[in-house]
Design a protein around this ligand. Structure first.
Ligand SMILES: [Zn+2]
Length: 119
């Protein structure tokens, strides 16, 4: 059994729920491993029971921000496409969306299992 690492309190824990893998998380972990600054290498990323409410709050905030920024990005893209150029609008839209990464928090495997299942 591999060791468990809580990503909120950043330490080894005895128990916790596994974090759901997503492209942002994978990229972050890959980058940290490449730079040699990963403390969770070879361990299972989890959220310990004590940190569960914090994780939930962070995740909800991230989802809300993503929705807000997605809306703004959509408006910017449409406005730019009409007034200036689609390409410039796309650059702005991607930039606005990338701001949501400030609030990024991975989801839990248990809650996302139905959503991430391939059809
Ligand atoms: Zn924790």
């Amino acid at each position: 059994m591999s060791k468990l690492y809580c990503y909120i309190c950043r330490g080894d824990v005895a128990e916790g729920k596994p974090v759901a893998e997503d492209p942002v998380l994978s990229a972050t972990l890959w980058l940290k491993k490449s730079l040699g600054i990963s403390r969770s290498a070879g361990k299972t990323l989890v959220v310990c029971p004590g940190c569960a409410p914090i994780q939930k709050a962070k995740r909800n905030k991230f989802k809300r921000k993503l929705l807000e920024l997605g809306l703004v990005a959509g408006i910017v893209l449409i406005a730019h496409s009409i007034l200036i150029s689609f390409f410039l609008g796309l650059i702005f839209a991607v930039f606005i969306l990338s701001l949501s990464l400030i609030y990024y928090a991975p989801g839990m495997e248990s809650e996302e299992i139905t959503a991430s299942k391939p059809a």
